[in-house]
Ligand binder design. Structure first.
Ligand SMILES: *Cc1c(COP(=O)(O)O)cnc(C)c1O
Length: 371
């Protein structure tokens, strides 16, 4: 069976873990954590980053940092992962879901403005499949109404909008290093704090509500409990593994891009004939080859295709169930219909995509489906 995903080992992961063990300090914020921080600061020009145990945690930190209170409203796409919403719901927020674009599962930027009112406390964009949202448009709306913007950049490692790295637009941005992402350490994440007024507090929340980081830099003479917080730091074992992947990220990205391009080229004619849509990349967005998805003609075609591929030993999977129709949020949703998001829920199918994949057998299996 060709799996949907296979976490990649680039080479030095175990060596760095051994080294971390030999250094005798395995809790968070050690040498490997700092190496990872430096990588992101230098490669993408982020002014302050903090490694977290997951993207979910980075999003939860964002909700705390923005002081989200019960009843506050947060705007985000309905077609996203649970954590985008959960992080804010944990603080008591009401979620106002936005529909997807017709040409792309990402959120319809223009529809955001209609949902803004005096209770709106944040706009969360999700760069679906690593493809940038229209940041000029979202920033225009956010600035006009003076609402902070957060980027869920979980899938957006190494991707850009008009040449500028994703993760550098939001007041706060969250990346994921879950094993299904381009660069991974099993479970891991990163919070980017672009808003300088939030940087000192971010460190405190990260360190269980203490000013421990400032203490170790010698900025205060004792450390203690100064705010709310939690255990958001990953251990050095995870950071060591992650650093080995970051060092090889150019190679990893290049290989994923090759596979993505092979899929696109081989499937163009086939998809046209069957009424299947291939991914659309707006000209402002780069392609980080996080995902190759196809959008089927209807739900039935997708079901048939999944079964067909399974018979040929290929594991293809659908993606999100729109959050406004989830068992947890359905009753709380404001009732607006979100037809594009529902469409992707029913028709989107993701193909296997990982470093070691030979896409040809998957392509052959797809091309042998013709209805
Ligand atoms: C993967 C993902 C997350 C969650 O990331 P974790 O690191 O697993 O917590 C959140 N949002 C989106 C859009 C994702 O794809």
């Amino acid at each position: 069976m060709i799996p949907f995903n296979k976490p990649y080992i680039s080479g030095k992961e175990l060596q760095y873990i051994e080294d971390a063990v030999a250094r005798g300090k395995l809790s968070g914020n050690g040498d490997y954590t700092k190496k990872c921080h430096t990588f992101f600061e230098q490669t993408y020009g982020f002014s302050k980053v903090l490694l977290t145990t997951s993207c979910t945690d980075a999003l939860e930190m964002s909700a705390i940092l923005l002081d989200i209170q019960p009843g506050d409203e947060v705007i985000m796409p309905a077609y996203t992962f649970v954590s985008t919403a959960n992080a804010f719901v944990l603080r008591g927020a009401v979620i106002r879901f936005v529909d997807s674009r017709t040409d792309h599962p990402g959120m319809d930027e223009v529809a955001v403005e209609n949902l803004i009112n005096e209770n709106t406390k944040a706009i969360v964009v999700v760069h679906y499949a690593g493809v940038a949202c229209d940041m000029d448009e979202v920033q225009r709306i956010a600035q006009k109404h003076n609402v902070p913007m957060v980027e869920d950049a979980a899938q957006a490692f190494n991707a850009t909008y008009k040449g500028k790295p994703l993760g550098s637009f939001g007041a706060l941005s969250a990346f994921s290093f879950h094993e299904t992402k381009n660069i991974q350490c099993g479970e891991g994440g990163l919070l980017v704090i672009n808003d300088e007024t939030l940087q000192a507090r971010a460190e405190i929340i990260w360190e269980k509500g203490t000013n421990r980081s400032a203490f170790f830099r010698g900025e205060v003479d004792k450390y203690g409990w100064v705010d709310i917080g939690s255990s958001f730091l990953p251990s050095e074992l995870n950071a060591a593994y992650l650093f080995a992947q970051l060092e090889e990220s150019d190679r990893i990205q290049e290989q994923r891009k090759k596979i993505w391009d092979a899929y696109y080229k081989a499937l163009e004619e086939w998809s046209n004939e069957l009424g299947i849509q291939l991914p659309v990349l707006p000209e402002f967005a780069s392609n980080n080859a996080h995902m190759f998805y196809i959008n089927c003609r209807d739900a039935m075609q997708r079901t048939q295709l999944i079964t067909h591929l399974k018979k040929q030993n290929v594991h293809a999977v659908f993606h999100y169930l729109s959050l406004h129709e989830s068992p947890f949020y359905q009753e709380k949703h404001d009732g607006r219909t979100l037809p594009n998001s529902d469409g992707y829920t029913e028709r989107l199918l993701r193909l296997p995509l990982y470093y070691e994949l030979d896409p040809q057998p998957v392509i052959n299996a797809l091309l042998s489906y013709d209805s």
